[in-house]
Design a protein around this ligand. Structure first.
Ligand code: H2U
Ligand code: ZN
Length: 366
């Protein structure tokens, strides 16, 4: 097989989602007239009396936050989902696979998770021990919600920064737990099943794919081995996790955090692995902040096997970071035009992005 020239336009396959993305490295050299300056960020107070997430403050619906000192979880006051008993009974359900207009009742739970009482800190600035309590909260929430028979999936995530639509700078994330398995998780389940069981890819054939995983291991463990041998997309690793720019990354500085052993769901993390995940989160968010010397915006979340009673041996839990920034604190990548209508495209190669992130300090800029 001829080795591909990675400086020419090419497309790369994402086996997790069974999708292709276009890489156009030669465009990275095109002239840029936009801003590249650093932005000065206003210093925020440790406590903000107008913040609805700070301890002791009143939220939009009148509820009062306790004077919490660690992680604080509450039911979202404006949930996108209603609990089964509260959900309207009148929603028209049409589950026939033959009907064009199909709908199903969706129920579930939406919660907000405050990472710290300190209004002015982000994950990158929190001590690893505090991030560890965030990990413990994620685990506890998944244990509780995953055990319910009206919930099959728990999505943990953080939207950080105004650019990503976060409504408040106070460090917080959310969880949405649903009766049905959401689209992205269905895609990744199928992708991982395709690999482990040797099913068909989006081209409608098994051609190019082995009949089944040659090692008998899940997709993301075999993938990690390939990345560790190549080395060029790895940013760092600790005892239990590796952080890398995936071969098929869409966003300029997209990364993934992958466990080194087979872990299907976050609830399976052993004690030292929870510490290692906290360490990896601290480490990755710090490097991100150092990239453009700004509190780096992103959407981040945990992907894990559904809590639907199936074993899901094909699944390997992982975290995705999807940051929008491209060239500076103010220049973002837009997914418009061709990306919306045809397929995602990037200029900077994943290897170049990994090199930039690898070269940054592990100590946050002042
Ligand atoms: P985001 O910043 O990621 O949007 O998360 C904030 C969430 O907090 C958002 O989903 C909820 C919003 O519904 N919220 C409350 O539950 N109570 C409030 O008083 C304000 C915001
Ligand atoms: Zn995923």
């Amino acid at each position: 097989m001829r080795r591909m020239n990675r400086s020419l336009p090419h497309r790369r396959y994402n086996p997790l989602t069974d999708e292709w993305i276009l890489v156009s490295p030669q465009r990275a050299t095109r002239p840029w007239l936009g801003a590249v300056e650093k932005v000065l960020q206003a210093r925020r107070p440790e406590y903000d009396p107008t913040c609805y997430l700070c301890p002791g403050n009143t939220r939009a619906n009148g509820a009062v936050n306790p004077t919490y000192t660690g992680v604080f979880v509450f039911d979202n006051d404006f949930p996108a989902l209603l609990e089964a008993q509260r959900a309207a009974l009148g929603v028209e359900e049409s589950t026939s696979p033959f009907s064009i207009l199909r709908s199903q009742l969706e129920t579930g739970v939406c919660r907000v998770i405050c990472f710290s009482p300190r209004h002015n800190l982000t994950l990158a600035e929190l001590p690893v021990a505090q991030i560890r309590t965030v990990v413990d909260t994620w685990v506890a929430q998944c244990e509780e919600l995953g055990a319910r028979d009206d919930i099959t999936y728990v999505q943990l995530f953080e939207n950080k920064g105004e650019m990503m639509g976060a409504s408040n700078p106070h460090p917080h994330g959310q969880l949405w737990a649903t009766r049905h398995i959401p689209t992205e998780i269905m895609k990744e389940t199928r992708g991982q099943l395709n690999y482990l069981m040797g099913r068909r890819n989006c081209d409608g054939e098994t051609q190019g794919l082995p009949a089944a995983s040659p090692s008998g291991l899940p997709l993301l463990l075999d993938y990690l081995e390939i990345e560790r041998q190549a080395g060029e997309r790895i940013i760092f690793e600790n005892a239990h996790f590796v952080c890398l720019v995936p071969f098929w990354a869409i966003w300029p500085f997209e990364t993934m955090i992958l466990p080194k052993r087979h872990i299907r769901r976050i609830v399976e993390l052993a004690e030292p692995e929870r510490n290692a995940l906290a360490d990896a989160l601290k480490h990755m968010t710090t490097r991100y902040d150092n990239l453009f010397e700004v509190a780096f915006p992103y959407t981040m979340g945990v992907h894990q096997a559904p809590y639907d009673g199936e074993p899901h041996e094909e699944w390997q839990m992982h975290l995705h970071f999807y940051p929008p920034l491209l060239r500076s604190a103010t220049v973002r990548k837009f997914m418009v035009g061709y990306e919306m209508l045809a397929q995602p495209q990037r200029d900077l190669t994943p290897e170049q992005a990994a090199e930039r992130l690898r070269g940054l300090s592990e100590v946050r800029f002042e």
